[in-house]
Design a protein around this ligand. Structure first.
Ligand SMILES: [Zn+2]
Ligand SMILES: [Zn+2]
Length: 135
């Protein structure tokens, strides 16, 4: 199963290997703003299992926890493509919409469901968390 991907313009590409640590939809306000949409679907990998080529710019933002999250995007086309966060050491996230085969994305959970909009329909078959699973 390929979980490789790229941004809209193709300048940024990534390859992954191994099993993802998790797949889930984040409905927090930051993800709404970042995506301009309802949520961001993320696939988390061990950092060493993700190889990114091309220039990625990172927007650094402090989360609720006071720790910084680094939101990666392509400076040419603006696609949100990857992220990492101090709150999730050793993990790298890629955005499921950037997968070459997005049908391989199978969300197991929905995060920050308390912040989901009424027009954001959640799947029936996922675990639901008010915040992050660790909280
Ligand atoms: Zn691009
Ligand atoms: Zn989020």
């Amino acid at each position: 199963m390929s979980l490789n991907g790229s941004c809209l313009c193709g300048n940024v590409q990534y390859e992954t290997k191994g099993e993802p640590v998790l797949m889930g939809n984040c409905h927090c306000r930051d993800c709404q703003k970042l995506s301009g949409s309802a949520y961001i679907p993320v696939v988390a990998f061990l950092e060493e299992n993700v190889k990114i080529t091309g220039e990625v710019k990172y927007y650094a933002k402090k989360g609720d926890s006071g720790l910084t999250a680094y939101e990666g995007f392509c400076p040419n086309c603006g696609s949100r493509i990857c992220a990492h966060a101090e709150a999730m050491p050793g993990l790298k996230l890629v955005m499921a919409g950037t997968l070459e085969e997005p049908e391989n994305y199978k969300p197991q959970m929905d995060l920050y469901v308390g912040r989901a909009n009424h027009w954001d329909k959640l799947a029936d078959d996922t675990a639901k968390f008010e915040g992050m699973p660790s909280e």
